[in-house]
Design a protein around this ligand. Sequence first.
Ligand code: CS2
Length: 453
Amino acid sequence: MSTPPIRIVHLGLGAFHRAHQAFYTARAVDAHEWGIAAFTGRSRRLADALSAQGGVYTLIERAADGDRSQLIGSIVETNDGACVERLIELLSDPDVAIVTLTITEAGYRLSADGSVDLRDAVVRKDLDELREAWGGRGLFTCEPQAALTRLLLGLEARRRAGAGPIAVVSCDNLPDNGHVTARALDMLATLVDADLARWIGERVSFVTTSVDRITPSFEGTHTATIAGREWIDAVPVVTEPFSDWVLAGDFPAGRPQWETAGARFVDAIEPWEIRKLWLLNGAHSILAYRGMLAGCATVVEAIAEPSCRHAVDAFWREAADLMPEAVETVDYRAELIARFENSRIVHELQQIAAHGNVKARVRFAAVAERSLARGSNADASLFAISSWIAWLLAGHAAPKSQSEGVAAAVAAEDPVRALVSLLSATLVHDSEAMQRIRMGCENLATQAFEHAQ
Ligand code: CS2
């Protein structure tokens, strides 16, 4: 494989990026023109392991009836996320045309109203550092920790270098993720330097995307035979055969022909995005909370559990009623069941359950708010919120998997109220909805108690 030049920078190197954007880039007809320099989020372990194998890794597509493996060579450089010096260098290069992000929903550090949470200690520290760097200490002395403040630093370097416009492509499970990223960066930039905020507004294009491929974390090796010789991949990725990528927005400095690898470019993304977020991710989160309350550990176990399946079906009916008629949901739901039932993919519920406040806001509360506004009783989505709360109150959350705000709300005098306020200002002030969420929590607590006996 010849090495393509670096034209894409990725923040958030992990299994999902390697199964999705790196896969689409490697499969595009112009793959030889588009190399990725990827930065990890928290630890440098994966960067080092991939670097040791020249960035190349095996993507194992695990279907219910067998595996299909392929080598992916689109990632040509891997870095520890903390290495902002390299990020600055790369973004100052006019040949770099795109920044993609998989920094997780929680990585945007937003409050319930969608603005950056300025009470977040990391954001505050980073903003202070950035101000000092602007004040004369110099960009290279700065060590921001949050993904968006790191990106901000890179964009300032690009502005100073006159390296031209660029596209920022969010690939996280947030509705209208391009706009969310634009708003967050504008807010952060305005707090540091109004000129940078203006430059971002004029020169950075924010692309909204809906991404889909179930890719649980996987620890293990894979032995491949290349040119008759055995090669042991220390960091393969295991994913499902299905994948989808819908994008809307401009790429002012060019882009790979991802459509030749199956991506879809659309003008209006909302129908695709909410179908995926509500039906797939919403069901995933219900399976996680209800499933663990019922003693299940994986998606396959939970979807086979009648009370979980019933809760998912009811939620799907409610969510599907809110979708534009043009969007197909019947076959889509049948296909989801088959994907969830793929017993060769081991998807831990605890992994899905992490960062529940950010996920429940997008997956449950958004459905409940819209259902109530349309005069429906929103039974299934309110009950989904109850399942998140009952799960938290039953002490199922893994250590460090939830934010400080969630831990404080669980310990509050009225935890149900405190937790709902993290999701939605509308629901917390709707006494009837609150009443039903409380009843749901009580019912689930009783069921969980009976299950444990
Ligand atoms: C999951 C997603 O962990 C989670 O929150 O719901 O990672 C899901 O597997 C992907 O969005 C599938 O495309």
